[in-house]
Design a protein. Structure first.
Lengths: 395, 607
């Protein structure tokens, strides 16, 4: 494992160097020497394996960039990915493994809050930073001062969704369908409050389980509550399933979905049924910002497909970790890496633009978002024209 | 009233889909007396063969259906040949474990080939819809219903009017007698697996097209729903399986209508328990008579247990005790600690399943009860953690026995299915009883174990604590098996009619076993909660129940030392295979298959 990783890192460094010399690209010399490591605990097999695969794509892209441009103070950055299946039993064993491995300077993951929060006490007591970059559970960073999260905070992002649903789309009687997980439930609670503050009424709220496939009965229940629009707090796969069943229950209403449905897969799985669904997302590839364009262009070139939000989260997390290790200027001292997280400011980020941790919550605030809509089978920026077209089509 | 029609239509649509799964399961169940845990995986394979044919080969629908049927029939024959035939005449529980291993392997192979992402499976059918009540139904709904009815009719004709069909029915009634009459049992089994798997694959294709969504992770849920539908309808009864599926679909739909979406599965499992208690043979199972003998007694093949001398055990425990002092290996210690926690779970299950013969697939539910009880007693009740853990053990013993009580009059696979549902009911109760359990948000900040002022966190302290619990409970259980009580337990397992004739009351002994076993699981759950510091309804999934049973079968049913060694093996192996990254679970499944093939009575033999 070690040899393999270092070989990859070396080869990557070499490649970076070749690219840098051949094209005379700007920046420092490529990194060389013994790599510095971060550990990743995440799902590569099991129910959530797709997210681990998306993480990897984001990590590798970020590392290519970092290592071609001087790495961490001249040394390349590499990672050790251990498959947890997002299962707490395995994530605690992995935590002990990473904690005992002196090469690991910071840990990224796990994916679910069950797996991450079970491992938090071990990371906290050993003094190794656990950077849970998809863990939005409100209690996650309460695990201690070594537990950090650059994930999007629901308290931050749900009011933006409420703005879109109530102010832009103009919903007055909202029916909410949410994933019945800690994430979905927290999001729903914040959203309902924000929507009420903006003068809307939530007439139905239905929590469904992640492995649910059939939503017809739920939708009939929703229809009977006589809403004037639906809000989905879903991931892309279940969001697409709901969308494709809405029409068959005789509902013709506008639909607004939370940003995590943003994925090319949402359209692939939902087909024509997702046309006209509005969302606001923190990541949109057509956004002209330099961080986004750099990420998207290189992602397309490397993988020959469209990036999605989880690719972007993983990419950002590596950049934050790299910046912290660089600032700590260490090859061994994990505490210095933690201390650096308090110091680093405005780390270039695809999701946040510039990411800075709040020292009390150990989370990143200031999420921005773009309003999007599905138009003719593609994601497009939502403007007055596309919104009107969607409203007509929904009738 | 309008929505009543809609809910009914929706229930029938969903039931229609379950029916396709249930028919195949019912066939195998009827002929081989086996819950085929690989059925959901065949369903997944069928969906992906269809996906390949439609999107890559641009095949028309009829050709796609033919390819799926042919591919899955071959797969079914391979499953019978590899997973079942070599185990004929061995412990009846071994094929069950083999199908679990096969499902691991198939799911992983699919995931490695196509990747873990969900994919769209666009159906080539015309997109017209028929208005029905407030909603609509489409061409695919009718096609699915048509295929369900046609396949049931063809099966009925096949079983009724063909020689091979007679042979299948004869084998289902009495395997040995059929063999003596010249029936080639292997050929019968193979054709049953081919037919059932072809149907399973076809349902994967149709359901995939229906939802336009397929993924390698969809197999477990499919098996679960299919099994529930089969049992409701009556095992081995094909028309019953279809009726059971429709009833299941309707129950779910009305449940959602009355109480809301989070209660959907709760009603499905409550219906199952009610039917098992009221009519153990299923709604359409004909008589009220319990299924004939083969599920008790011979279910667990007697074999000579391997015994290690006492000094060897003492030496082994001694080595384990000093281990943390000799080597500094937190990862090894944590893995062993996990193994000890699962050993506690397995001790309980090996008593209940191995010694008393009640194959429980609901132990994850008991684990969750223990974890929640201890976490809540410590957090909301402000009790000291060690006291909370012991109380959690007692709560689990009491509540667990009470919950499983309705299953006591059942036998064989019915117990497994009833306990599986009880496990699911516990998980759903945790999800929905928010005022007590905090619902989906879960319980965070559970304090670590603390004795007066000494903190026992993850590391050597916790390792010793769990090891001590395992050694103490294992010694106690071992002692128990040698007493009059232990003999009574085994008498209930081997022949409960004879046991009753000798004046033993089987239900009391079953309750005692669940009580003792529940205590061990409760302790395991409680310790887990204090180790993790955070639990929610997803911490203890039904996969854990299956893992626990795998451990017990692997170690040798009823064998105390076997349970501990099985836990070390099955918790350790996936860690050992880490180096193989994505191939890890594939190798694990293959290792499991090899173990079942060559040690069907378990590593240490049954007791």
């Amino acid at each position: 494992m070690f040899h393999f990783e270092s070989l990859v890192a070396t080869r990557r460094a070499l490649l970076g160097w070749l690219v840098a010399t051949a094209f005379g690209s700007a920046g420092a010399a490529p990194a060389a020497g013994e790599p510095l490591y971060f550990g990743v605990s995440g799902p590569l097999t099991g129910q959530n394996a797709q997210y681990g695969a998306q993480w990897k794509a984001g990590f590798d892209l970020a590392l290519e960039d970092i290592n071609a441009n001087g790495g961490i103070n001249g040394r390349p950055l590499a990672y050790l990915f251990e498959d947890s299946q997002s299962d707490p039993r395995q994530s605690v064993a992995i935590a002990q493994k990473f904690v005992a491995d002196p090469r690991i300077l910071i840990e990224l993951g796990d994916f679910s809050s069950t797996a991450s929060m079970a491992a938090s006490p071990i990371y906290q007591r050993a003094g190794l930073v656990q950077l849970g970059f998809t863990n939005s559970h409100p209690d996650y960073t309460k695990g201690g001062d070594f537990v950090w999260s650059p994930s999007i905070s629901q308290a931050d992002s749900q009011p933006l969704l409420a703005d879109l649903a109530v102010k832009s789309v103009g919903l007055k009687r909202i029916a909410v369908l949410h994933l019945n997980t800690d994430w979905g439930r927290t999001s729903k609670d914040v959203f309902v409050k924000a929507a009420q503050e903006r003068g809307a009424q939530v007439v139905a709220s239905e929590g469904y389980q992640a492995d649910e496939k059939d939503f017809r009965s739920t939708l009939v229940r929703v229809r009977d509550a006589k809403p004037d629009g639906l809000v989905l707090i879903s991931y892309y796969a279940d969001g697409a399933l709901i969308a494709s069943q809405i029409r068959s229950t005789g509902i013709h209403l506008p639909v607004v979905a939370v940003g995590s449905v943003y994925s090319p897969k949402f359209i692939e799985l939902g087909g024509a049924a997702v046309n006209g669904i509005a969302t606001n997302t923190t990541f949109f590839p057509d956004e002209p910002r330099a961080e986004v364009q750099n990420f998207v262009k290189r992602f397309r070139a490397k993988y020959n497909r469209e990036p999605d939000a989880f690719n972007a989260y993983a990419f950002d997390a590596v950049n934050i970790a790299a910046q912290a290790i660089r600032t700590a200027n260490t090859t061994r001292d994990r505490r210095a890496v933690r201390d650096a997280l308090y110091k680093i400011k405005d780390v270039p980020s695809v999701v946040f633009g510039k990411a800075t941790f709040d020292p009390t919550t150990r989370r990143v605030n200031g999420v921005r978002s773009v309003d999007l809509i599905v138009k003719d089978g593609a994601w497009a920026v939502r403007d007055e024209k596309s919104a009107k077209a969607a409203a007509v089509a929904a009738k | 009233m309008n929505s009543f029609v809609d809910h009914t239509v929706n229930g029938l649509i969903v039931g229609n889909i379950y029916a396709l799964l249930a028919v195949g399961l019912a066939l195998i169940f009827g002929v081989s007396n086996l819950i085929n845990f690989a059925h959901g995986s065949v369903y997944t394979v069928g969906a992906f063969i269809g996906w390949y044919a439609i999107t890559r080969l641009q095949a028309p629908l009829w050709l796609t259906i033919l390819l799926v049927i042919a591919g899955c029939a071959l797969l079914g024959m391979a499953i019978e040949r590899i997973g079942l035939r070599p185990l004929a005449g061995k412990a009846r529980i071994a094929p069950l474990l083999a199908t679990i291993g096969i499902s691991f392997v198939l799911d992983q192979v699919v995931q490695l080939i196509v990747g873990p992402d969900p994919r769209a499976l666009p159906g080539p059918l015309p997109n017209w819809r028929l208005q029905l009540g407030g909603g609509t139904i489409g061409a695919l709904d009718l096609l699915i219903a048509g295929i369900g009815v046609v396949s049931a009719a063809v099966l009925y004709g096949f079983l009724r009017f063909t020689r091979l069909g007679w042979a299948v029915r004869a084998t289902a009634q009495d395997r040995d007698a059929a063999q003596q009459m010249g029936v080639n049992i292997h050929a019968v089994n193979q054709s049953v697996f081919a037919i059932a798997s072809a149907l399973g694959g076809l349902s994967g294709l149709l359901v995939g097209m229906y939802y336009n969504n397929i993924s390698p992770a969809m197999s477990f849920q499919a098996t679960l729903k299919g099994v529930v539908a089969v049992v409701i309808g009556g095992v081995g009864n094909v028309p019953g399986a279809i009726a059971g599926s429709l009833l299941l679909g309707l129950t779910e739909s009305y449940g959602v209508a009355l109480f809301g979406t989070p209660y959907r599965n709760l009603f499905a499992f409550l219906l199952l328990i009610a039917i098992l208690v009221w009519r153990p043979n299923g709604l359409f199972g004909g008589t009220k008579k319990l299924p004939p003998e083969p599920l008790t007694g011979t279910f667990i093949a007697p074999s000579r247990p391997i015994r290690l001398p006492t000094w060897a055990w003492a030496a082994l425990v001694g080595v384990l005790i000093v281990l943390p002092l000799v080597v500094h290996a937190p990862y090894l210690l944590q893995t062993l600690t996990n193994a000890w926690l699962y050993a506690l779970l397995a001790l309980s299950l090996t008593l209940v399943a191995g010694t008393v013969g009640q194959i429980s697939l609901g132990h994850a539910g008991l684990l969750a009860i223990g974890a929640y009880a201890s976490a809540l007693l410590a957090l909301d009740g402000h009790l000291p953690v060690p006291l909370a853990i012991v109380l959690a053990g007692l709560v689990t013993a009491g509540l667990g026995t009470l919950l499983v009580y309705p299953a006591f009059r059942l036998r064989g696979h019915y117990v497994s299915i009833a306990t599986l549902s009880i496990g699911e009911i516990v998980a759903l109760a945790i999800l929905n009883w928010e005022s007590l359990t905090h619902g989906p948000i879960g319980i965070a900040g559970i304090p670590p174990v603390q004795f007066s002022n000494r903190l026992i966190d993850a590391g050597p302290g916790f390792y010793w604590l769990t090891l001590a619990a395992v050694v103490a409970l294992a010694l106690l259980q071992n002692r128990l098996l040698g007493t009059h009580l232990g003999r009574s337990f085994r008498a209930v397992r081997d022949d409960d009619v004879a046991a009753r004739a000798h004046g033993l009351s089987p239900n009391r002994y079953k309750a005692l076993a669940f009580g003792f076993g529940g205590f061990a699981v409760g302790i395991a759950g409680a310790l887990t909660a204090h180790l993790y510091s955070y639990i929610n309804h997803e911490t203890f999934t039904s996969q854990i129940s299956i893992l626990a049973l795998t451990i017990v079968i692997l170690g040798g049913m009823g064998n105390v030392a076997g349970a501990v060694i099985g836990a070390v093996a099955l918790i350790g192996l996936p860690e050992l295979f880490r180096i193989t990254a994505e191939y890890r679970m594939l190798i694990y499944g293959a290792a499991l298959l090899l173990l079942v093939r060559f040690r069907p009575q378990g590593l240490l033999g049954t007791h």
